[in-house]
Write a protein that binds this ligand. Structure first.
Ligand SMILES: Cc1ncc(COP(=O)(O)O)c(C=O)c1O
Length: 386
């Protein structure tokens, strides 16, 4: 099936499937429990922690967009990662993770490693030799975040998957920053894709949600079993909001990417700005790979100002852009990695990953690009005076 056909399928997911009243949109199933028609005959949905029709509809729609066979929807992106770690990493195994991953991912891996659940090796996947050295037979799971948060490094998923599979490890890709419109890791050899669906998939900054997609029925069964066992599955109203957002994902991504490309170009030439991190810029370290692997360049642009004071001056006084955690909504959000999304990372770790005090991350939304550029231009003037 082509990606366009999958998009149509998702726009129409569950449409006209209700038979009692003829609802066009599938109703939200908020019941916690479902009646057995007969003693001993377990219905497909029996108890909502394990199975819920609204949650299944959302999960399958994401699986369709990612080219997977099935998915498990979780209460958050961190819930998705937790379910993967619990189900896929045996005791005392090794997890390989990117050295510039989302701060919450780092916190979870570090906390579990500190209590002895497994060991973690952090690596910069853009150094092929480092990746090769880190992935050996002791590794159970290779976690990739691509493009990475906040430096937008693109990982060569096919190459990492080949290394991991040779070592007998599974590859889990956090595809939150790209969305399946821009990158489809299962097609590149990944075993599992996870999302913070709080971001692009739901797309309106009004629900915290996660999802785990795979094209292996046995992995799917294992992950679903654990997600139910520990109770990290998504609630039906959250899943409904996720599905509602998902129907317009392709349109939102197209508009946001066009805005992001224009803003990256504007920032790139400005004398208040040091480096601009955007995979669509020829100067970006991953540009060549991004052209090959991505369908577009995403809608996140990070950029460096000269100091913490310059970053503060930029943030204070914005009119169309909101200083806030998170990303992937229709509205443009700005965050300061060192004090916000990556505050939980120790300084030395942050510095080694290249996350400086002047680094800002823009999640570009779908507003009129001229309004956004005017706000950014005014912020850069403030930064120059700081
Ligand atoms: C790349 C990435 N993965 C996972 C998460 C965690 O997702 P959630 O906040 O939905 O738990 C985030 C949150 O910002 C993220 O940016």
């Amino acid at each position: 099936m082509t990606q366009r056909a999958r998009t149509t399928k998702v726009v129409r997911a569950g449409i006209n499937s209700e038979t009692q009243f003829g609802d066009v949109i599938s109703p939200v199933h908020i019941s916690t429990t479902f009646a057995f028609k007969e003693f001993g005959v377990v219905p497909a949905n029996d108890y909502s922690r394990a199975n819920n029709p609204t949650r299944s509809l959302f999960a399958q729609a994401v699986a369709d967009l990612e080219g997977g066979s099935g998915a498990v929807a979780t209460a958050s992106g961190m819930g998705a990662l937790t379910a993967c770690l619990i189900s896929l990493v045996p005791a005392n195994a090794v997890v390989v993770a990117p050295n510039d991953c989302y701060g919450g991912t780092w916190r979870l891996l570090d906390a579990l490693a500190t209590r002895g659940s497994f060991a973690v090796r952090y690596v910069d996947y853009s150094h092929a030799a480092a990746a090769q050295a880190a992935i050996d037979e002791s590794v159970a799971l290779v976690l990739v975040e691509s493009p990475s948060n906040p430096l937008l490094k693109v990982t060569d998923i096919a190459a990492v998957a080949a290394l991991a599979h040779d070592a007998g490890a599974l590859v889990v890709v956090d595809n939150t920053f790209a969305s399946p419109i821009v990158q489809r890791p299962l097609e590149l050899g990944a075993d599992v894709v996870i999302h913070s669906a709080t971001k692009y998939l739901a797309g309106h900054s009004d629900v915290v949600l996660g999802v785990i997609v795979t094209n292996s029925p046995s992995l799917q069964e294992d992950i679903a079993w654990w997600a139910n066992c520990v109770g990290v599955t998504a609630g039906p109203i959250d899943a409904y909001l996720g599905l509602r957002g998902l129907r317009t994902l392709h349109l939102r991504m197209e508009a946001a990417q066009a805005n992001a490309a224009a803003i990256a170009g504007f920032l790139d030439g400005h004398n208040a700005v040091g480096k601009v991190f955007y995979p669509g810029l020829p100067t970006h370290a991953s540009h060549g790979l991004a052209k090959k692997q991505l369908h577009g360049f995403g809608a996140i642009v990070s950029f460096e100002l000269k100091s913490l004071d310059a970053a503060k001056a930029f943030c204070n006084g914005l009119e169309s852009i909101c200083l806030a955690e998170s990303l992937g909504g229709v509205e443009t959000l700005l965050s300061h990695a060192a004090t916000m999304t990556h505050a939980m990372m120790p300084n030395e770790f942050r510095e080694a990953a290249g996350i400086t005090d002047g680094l800002l991350r823009l999640s570009v939304g779908v507003e009129d690009v001229n309004d956004l550029t005017a706000d950014i231009a005014a912020g850069l003037e403030r930064a120059l005076r700081a």
